[in-house]
Design a protein around this ligand. Structure first.
Ligand code: ADP
Ligand code: GLC
Length: 483
């Protein structure tokens, strides 16, 4: 019998996405299936989820889940088995998944995601009418309370559970006054439970209760032992050190493949590098850019401090000055957006901006730009550089987290050994970015070397094969069950 895992996340491709968490939660079931794991994903019942799911079956009802009635629906998207927590007061709202139309966090986020956790613990432990599961796997703070409810308020407190941290910067930290409303026993209010710096820490609670904590790259798993990356939870990570693993994310070939990309029109898919030149022309039209013989940089990113997007505008005069161009797709911080607009106004035809979220355009940029710039201050894994590698869009990345684990810098030794796949730089500040851009321009003007770097990246294996196996091995280790 397959090993059954309940995976709990607040977003998953192809239903709802604000970032890489969705790519990973959406890809995981197919990644572990070949290794004998039957994974079902529990998602909040956002309107988009209900609409996309088609046929659904009511499997359970709660009269009150954190104070609101809720239903559990079961259905499928393709081969992907889903459970959906249908509670309109919590999840059927206009606005973002976590924020209102003004981009402010919903004030009741703690209640919404505590409800998701409570439901997950009920499902995993078999308290709903569904069969129970062998293991509970929660992703990020929004799902983390599942582990606290399982340990402190379920019939199966010993069920194996894994907590995956996709980003330590988002912890779901709330004031102590919410504790009585969580419906947890008094014993949960302790340093071994949900208490964190005299408040309630959702991610902390999940990390404390997990048999194993995973994060999404080996380097980030080490970095979060340091205060700069651990963001207050470095002590807990260090204390639980032997229970912390780094498992690199993969690429879902059904969604991201240069040869058969399902998101963009077939004319942009490519087997050869030559085709990318045509695709570049299409981007130039799309972003109102002049043709030139210099490289076209792409950025596809949340416009935030984490992603180094505050430094990017500073270096754009230089980038343009030495013959580069930029096509940027992103949204986020208003101050950063303003600085980008100012840079674009100084350099018409050289800098093109698309402020917003556009899945198809993100694929098209990977299929046609020369290089993708990822100057993150920290990056648990990072997916855009992986997509760049797969498509032949050379990644130019800060040396941190998953970016350092996945890109091989084009230094003289790596070039001589013909293994280089991109450019790395140390530190996220004007001089580091400027030097990296200079290196890219120099490489780009040696076409044979540049093509070799592109090809090396395209050959690199970032499929889910190895990581799917690693998760399956972990599940097996914790359950003692052979998948
Ligand atoms: P993070 O999850 O921290 O934002 P990742 O690199 O792991 O960073 O994942 C980002 C994901 O979101 C990628 O799939 C990327 O293509 C996508 N993405 C980011 N910004 C945009 C945007 N403005 N439009 C479309 N896709 C975007
Ligand atoms: C987070 C991280 C990113 C990672 C993604 C998927 O959003 O910021 O680095 O790739 O999760 O694990």
């Amino acid at each position: 019998m397959a090993l059954s895992v309940l995976s709990v996340a607040s977003e998953a491709v192809p239903l709802v996405k604000t970032g890489g968490l969705a790519d990973v939660a959406g890809a995981l079931p197919a990644a572990v299936a070949p290794h004998g794991v039957d994974m079902v994903t529990l998602l909040p019942g956002y309107p988009a989820v209900g609409k996309a799911m088609g046929k659904k079956r009511l499997v359970y009802k709660w009269d009150s889940l954190l104070g609101e009635p809720a239903r559990l629906l079961s259905g499928k998207i393709g081969e992907h088995k889903l459970l959906v927590l249908d509670s309109p007061t919590f999840f059927a709202r206009d606005g973002g998944l976590y924020t209102d139309a003004q981009a402010d966090d919903w004030p009741d986020n703690w209640r919404r995601f505590a409800a998701l956790g409570r439901a997950a613990a009920d499902i995993a432990s078999g308290a709903t009418r569904l069969r129970g599961f062998d293991l509970l796997h929660a992703h990020d703070w929004q799902a983390a309370m599942a582990l606290a409810y399982l340990r402190f308020a379920s019939d199966k407190p010993d069920l194996p559970a894994v907590m995956t941290i996709h980003n330590m910067a988002f912890q779901g930290y709330y004031e102590a006054r919410i504790f009585p409303e969580l419906g947890l026993p008094a014993a949960a209010w302790s340093v071994d439970g949900v208490e964190s710096y005299a408040g309630v820490g959702f991610l902390k609670a999940g990390m404390q209760a997990a048999n194993v904590i995973t994060t999404v790259s080996p380097t980030y798993a080490n970095e979060i032992r340091q205060p700069d990356f651990g963001m207050g939870l470095e002590g807990l990570i260090t204390m639980r050190g032997d229970r912390v693993r780094g498992i690199l994310n993969g690429i879902d070939p059904a969604v991201w493949s240069p040869v058969s990309d399902p998101v963009i029109p077939a004319r942009y898919t490519h087997k050869t590098l030559a085709k990318r030149e045509k695709n570049k022309r299409a981007i130039e039209v799309e972003f109102d850019l002049d043709e030139s013989n210099g490289p076209l940089f792409a950025v596809i990113s949340r416009l935030t401090w984490q992603k180094g997007m505050d430094v990017l505008p500073e270096v754009l005069d230089h980038l343009v000055g030495i013959g580069g161009r930029l096509a940027l797709l992103g949204s986020g911080d208003a101050v950063i957006e303003k600085a980008l607009h100012e840079a674009a106004a100084r350099h018409p035809g050289r800098i093109g901006l698309r402020i917003g979220y556009d899945e198809a355009l993100s694929h098209q940029l990977q299929a046609g730009a020369d290089a993708i710039l990822v100057p993150s201050r920290f990056e648990p894994c990072g997916l855009t550089q992986l997509y760049g590698l797969a498509y032949g869009c050379v990644p130019v990345v800060a040396r941190t987290g998953g970016l350092s684990d996945t890109v091989i810098d084009a230094n003289p030794a790596a070039l001589a050994a013909e293994v280089a796949t991109g450019v790395q730089f140390d530190g996220v500040h004007y001089h580091a970015l400027r030097a990296a851009i200079d290196r890219v321009i120099a490489l780009y003007h040696q076409p044979r070397v540049w093509r070799r770097v592109q090809r090396n990246g395209m050959k690199a294996d970032f499929s889910w094969d190895a990581s799917g196996q690693a998760y399956a091995d972990l599940y097996r280790e914790l359950t003692g069950k052979t998948p």
